[in-house]
Design a protein around this ligand. Structure first.
Ligand code: KG4
Ligand code: ZN
Length: 347
C-alpha cells in the first residue's frame, strides 16, 4: 500500500474518490488531476434533523450508514467510472461528530483494503479551503477565512500541504451563532440561509453590543453577540413591542460579519500574499461575500469564494484536498486510521 501511495507522488493524472460524513451531509465525489470535478453527490439529512431543531448525532450516524454505499455508487456512475478506475480514496477523519465521522472512515478503509488502493486522511477545515481550487485558478500562498457551523478560523495557507492557524473560534462558531439566532426568532434549523434571505429586506438599524473586542489575539468569539440578540428579543417581548425581524436579521448579520471580515483582511494585508480566500457553509452568506470583496478589494487583495453549492459540506473539497496530499506524498493513512472529533488546521 505504501508503495502504491508513493507511486502517486508527482503524478498529475490520478483519480481520487472523496468521502465526507462529518456532520449531517453524506457525500461522495470524484476528482481527477487535482481540479477536474467528475462527480459530486451530496445527500443532506437536514429534513431528518429539522424536527429536533439541530443535528442528533446518533441519527446522523445511522443515516450515513444507510446512505453512503448508494452515494458512492451514484458518484461513480456520474463520473462514468468503476471502482477499479479509482487510484486512491480520501476521507474526512476530523473534525466533526465522532460517530458520523466513523461511518466515512470505516467505509473508506473497507474500499482501500478491498481495492488495494491508498487511503488518504483529510482535515475537514482544510478541505473547505480547497473547494476554491475546483472553481478558480488559485494557487497558494494566501490567507483563508473559514466560516462554518463548527468553525471560525483564519488560516495561513503557505502551500498545498502547509496550513497554519492564525485565529480560531473561542466559543460559538459564526454558523452556530446564525443558527441560534434563527431558532430564537422561529426560523427553524438550520437558519443561516433564512437569516440571510430576511436580512436582504431589512436595515441594520438595531444596536447590538459591539463585540469587536472579542476579535483580538487570535480569539474569534460570538457568544457576546448571541447574548446581545437574546437580550434584545427578551426585552422587546417583556415590553410588548413588535420585533422587526428583517431589521434584526440585518443588524445581527452586519455585527457578525464586519469585525470578522475586517480581521481577516488585516491578516491578509499583514501576510503580504495579495490574496484572501473565503470558505465554509457561512461563505454562502450574501453579506459576508460582498463585504469581504469590498474590504479586500479596497486593500488591494484578490478575493475568492466558492459557489454556494461548494461552500456547505461536500466531498468534492475532500477529494481535492486528498489529491494534493497524495501529489506531494503527504497524509497517507492505513487501516489503523481513527476518527478525531476535535482536530485543528495543520494537525
Ligand atoms: O460548513 P458547513 O456546511 O458545516 C460545518 O462544517 O459546520 O456549515 C453549515 C453552517 C450552518 O450553520 C448554516 O446555518 C450556515 O453554514 N449557512 C449560512 C448560510 N448558508 C449556510 N449562514 C449564513 N448565511 C447563509 N447563506
Ligand atoms: Zn463543514
Amino acid at each position: 500500500m505504501n508503495e502504491k501511495f508513493t507511486q502517486l507522488t508527482g503524478r498529475t493524472d490520478f483519480t481520487v474518490l472523496g468521502i465526507e460524513s462529518s456532520c449531517d451531509e453524506t457525500a461522495a465525489a470524484v476528482v481527477q488531476g487535482g481540479r477536474r470535478l467528475l462527480a459530486n453527490i451530496v445527500a443532506s439529512q437536514i429534513e431528518i434533523h429539522r424536527r429536533f431543531g439541530g443535528v442528533v448525532p446518533e441519527i446522523a450516524s445511522r443515516n450515513h450508514t444507510l446512505a453512503l454505499p448508494g452515494i458512492v455508487d451514484e458518484a461513480l456512475k456520474a463520473a462514468g467510472m468503476r471502482l477499479s478506475d479509482i487510484d486512491a480514496v480520501a476521507v474526512t477523519y476530523g473534525a466533526g461528530l465522532i460517530g458520523a465521522l466513523l461511518v466515512g472512515v470505516s467505509s473508506a478503509k473497507a474500499l482501500s483494503y478491498a481495492l488495494d488502493i491508498p487511503l488518504i486522511k483529510v482535515n475537514h477545515i482544510e478541505a473547505h479551503i480547497c473547494a476554491n481550487y475546483l472553481e478558480h485558478s488559485l494557487e497558494p500562498p494566501f490567507i483563508a477565512l473559514v466560516a462554518s457551523g463548527g468553525h471560525t478560523s483564519i488560516v495561513r495557507v503557505g502551500g498545498y500541504n502547509d496550513y497554519a492557524l492564525l485565529a480560531a473560534t473561542a466559543d460559538d462558531a459564526i454558523g452556530e451563532a446564525f443558527d441560534k439566532v434563527a431558532r430564537l426568532i422561529g426560523l427553524g434549523y438550520p437558519g443561516g440561509a433564512s437569516v440571510d434571505r430576511l436580512a436582504a429586506g431589512g436595515r441594520p438599524s438595531i444596536k447590538l453590543t459591539k463585540h469587536k473586542q472579542s476579535f483580538t489575539d487570535g480569539n474569534l468569539s460570538y457568544s457576546g453577540l448571541k447574548t446581545a440578540v437574546v437580550n434584545y428579543v427578551h426585552t422587546a417581548k417583556q415590553r410588548g413591542e413588535d420585533i422587526n425581524i428583517p431589521d434584526l436579521c440585518a443588524s445581527f448579520t452586519v455585527a457578525a460579519v464586519d469585525p470578522l471580515a475586517e480581521y481577516a483582511v488585516s491578516e491578509a494585508v499583514k501576510a503580504g500574499y495579495g490574496k484572501i480566500v473565503l470558505a465554509g457553509g457561512v461563505a454562502a452568506n450574501t453579506y459576508l461575500r460582498a463585504r469581504l470583496k469590498e474590504l479586500g478589494s479596497a486593500a488591494g487583495l484578490e478575493v475568492y469564494y466558492p459557489s454556494p453549492a461548494l461552500c456547505t459540506d461536500n466531498a468534492a473539497m475532500v477529494a481535492c484536498r486528498g489529491w494534493y496530499s497524495a501529489y506531494e506524498g503527504r497524509n497517507a493513512a492505513d487501516l489503523g486510521l481513527n476518527a478525531v472529533s476535535v482536530l485543528k488546521v495543520g494537525e
